[in-house]
Design a protein around this ligand. Sequence first.
Ligand code: SF4
Ligand code: SF4
Length: 98
Amino acid sequence: MIADPTAVRFPDPALPGVVWERTGVCNRCGDCCRSGDPFGTGHAGCPLLAELADGTTYCTVWGTDNPYWQNACRIWPSEPAHVVDYSRCSFRFRRVEG
Ligand code: SF4
Ligand code: SF4
């Protein structure tokens, strides 16, 4: 079997011994980024999100050294609970340990 190149494993910080394997790539639906403003400015969603004419979105700091992206979004979602409320999310999880 060929390994999925998108696979990344994350220990669950709340469940000792449990490891989640995430597969897939972000489809840029933007649903998680629209869910609130992580900077508390009162914006309707993350102010770093940009909307495209085709209905998709992109993160304006994706892959940069922006500290919020580096410390939060770069390693998110890391467990299924993070995306349970986003039915369009294209990431998938399976429990591989624990
Ligand atoms: S920094 Fe980018 S990926 Fe993170 S919530 Fe904002 S728009 Fe989304
Ligand atoms: S909900 Fe999932 S697929 Fe949609 S933007 Fe967020 S991480 Fe990407």
